[in-house]
Design a binder for this molecule. Sequence first.
Ligand code: GLN
Length: 200
Amino acid sequence: MKIGVLALQGAVREHIHQIQSLGCEANEVKSLNDLSGLNGLVLPGGESTTMRRLLERHQLLNPIRSLAQLGIPMFGTCAGLILLAKEIVGDDEAHLKLMDVVIERNSFGRQADSFEVEIAVDQIGDDISAVFIRAPHIVSVGPNVEILAEFDGRIVLAKEGQYLGCSFHPELTEDTRLMHYFIEMVRDFNKSPLAKSNSI
Ligand code: GLN
């Protein structure tokens, strides 16, 4: 299986490393050509406003939406979750507008700009390592969204069909259980009748 990692900015290498360590091929995505043949796409953390600008400059915004329409699973971490969200508190216009969640940016305060904790994740484990760096949180979710984890009374991990999104950076730890969970989503999609070759 071939998983792409959007590689315009942010924590790319660590995702690639985790994907490869779980036995899949990992490809950096910088242009339209890099999207062909992907079975899944990871949108990494970084700075969402910069990433949005680069998505436009590299003409990737609509092609990624088309990939989503084919049912290809997508995993957004931190800024990647912000890119996936249908709505961002205080912003007139969201980015990819794919996942039915409302996001608030920089939710965990200046004092604790960055920290690592263990959180309980439904179906996966009660000691998942999570690094939060100027992290967003999910304020509210649509009817088809499953909430998989909360931290400090806030939603930090959720799944809606083909989309998985978390507030934190799972790739900055040695803990690959969340990436493994995403790869299983990709595997399930590949087995489904919906899966067709993507040719955008
Ligand atoms: N604060 C960043 C944003 O709003 C996200 C931070 C991150 O991805 N670590 O885009």
